[in-house]
Design a protein around this ligand. Structure first.
Ligand code: DAH
Length: 342
């Protein structure tokens, strides 16, 4: 077959084949079919060797021109396809900076934490330092040194989790008082928050709860100092109009011992459901440190006196936020906790 005719044929094939090019992949396949080492056009060029010598130069020119035409054709298509593919890639990867971001829900402080921090800041403002004692205590610090020897009836006030004959989960942060007084001589002014444990479980009691203990020991400390400090505490935590009152009570480690009430911040003292009609709400236990406790820690009770107080943090949180079941404070239900977001 005449070369010119062959070229025409292949040209027609190229024209029809390029219609099918949809991607770089099909472009490469079709390009190889014509321009690859064994492709149609390359074979034509190879056959040039067999042509008569006088025809070779003209045939060579024609063939090379045809190869060039084909190469240019494919290169145009390649440019077009690359652009289409790139545009597609860019449109898929497009980042819309105006789309609002995913907002991660932020947490809220637990009501217990809120109260603890509030208490710490009120007392820190009055010069108290923080002391944190161990949750696993021995009998001596939790009871004996607090004037509650074995068989003392006051041990029944707190149902204790014993770990061994001597070790127990502390039932009161009061244990920390002894640790402080053993290691530090007066003046002492400490605040001791922490978890305590008792075998007790109902709507207002939990086997684990938190207390905040306070201890002040110095020369000339009286019950009036305790009362004055409690007045400041009550006003800061429950409101400026709140008053305090002391009622006689009993704790083995204080003498005299008192129960501290605040005037009802809900009804202003008239009597309501919160204060059960009495106008007063009990918030903590306190008293003057028993001289036997001071003595046991090597502090001379004729030279120094002190007061101590202890309150339940959950109880304060329940009162302040109107929480009716203590369990809510331990369940970690976010529907409950969300309400404390400020
Ligand atoms: N430890 C007592 C309790 O858990 C509370 C308490 C009462 C602490 C009187 C004191 C205090 O420091 O003086 O019931």
């Amino acid at each position: 077959m005449d070369v010119q005719e062959k070229i025409k044929q292949i040209e027609a094939q190229v024209e029809s084949a390029v219609q099918d090019i949809k991607s770089s992949k099909s472009l490469l396949e079709i390009k190889m079919r014509f321009l690859g080492k064994t492709g149609e056009i390359s074979s034509l060029l190879k056959n040039l060797r067999d042509a008569p010598a006088e025809q070779r130069p003209t045939m060579g020119k024609v063939l090379n021109a045809f190869r060039q035409w084909t190469e240019e054709k494919f290169s145009d298509i390649e440019k077009r396809i690359k652009k289409i593919e790139l545009d597609k890639k860019y449109s898929q990867e497009k980042l819309d900076v105006t789309v609002p971001g995913t907002i991660l829900p932020d947490g809220a402080y637990h009501p217990n934490t809120l109260i603890r921090e509030e208490l710490v800041s009120v007392f820190a403002g009055m010069g108290f330092e923080i002391f944190e004692g161990p949750e696993i205590e021995n009998d001596y610090y939790n009871f004996t040194a607090l004037n509650t020897p074995a068989d003392h009836p006051a041990r029944d006030m707190q149902d204790t989790f014993y770990l061994s004959a001597d070790l127990l989960l502390r039932t009161q942060t009061s244990a920390g008082q002894i640790r402080v007084m053993e290691n530090k001589k007066p003046p002492i002014k400490i605040l001791s928050p922490g978890k305590v444990y008792r075998s007790d479980d109902d709507a207002t009691h939990s086997p684990m709860f938190s207390q905040m203990e306070g201890l002040v020991v110095d020369k000339g400390i009286t019950l009036c100092d305790l009362k004055g400090m409690l007045d400041v505490f009550a006003k800061k935590i429950f409101g400026e109009d709140v008053k305090t009152r002391l009622r006689p009570s009993y704790f083995p480690f204080t003498e005299p011992s008192v129960e501290v009430d605040v005037s009802c911040f809900e009804c202003g003292g008239k009597g309501c459901r919160l204060c059960k009609g009495t106008g007063w709400i009990e918030v903590l236990g306190a008293g003057m440190v028993n001289r036997r406790v001071l003595e046991g820690c090597g502090i001379d009770p004729d030279e120094y006196t002190g007061f101590a107080f202890g309150m339940g943090i959950e109880r304060i949180a329940m009162l302040k936020y109107g929480i009716n079941n203590m369990k809510l404070l331990f369940e970690g239900d976010t529907r409950f906790l969300k309400q404390f977001k400020d």
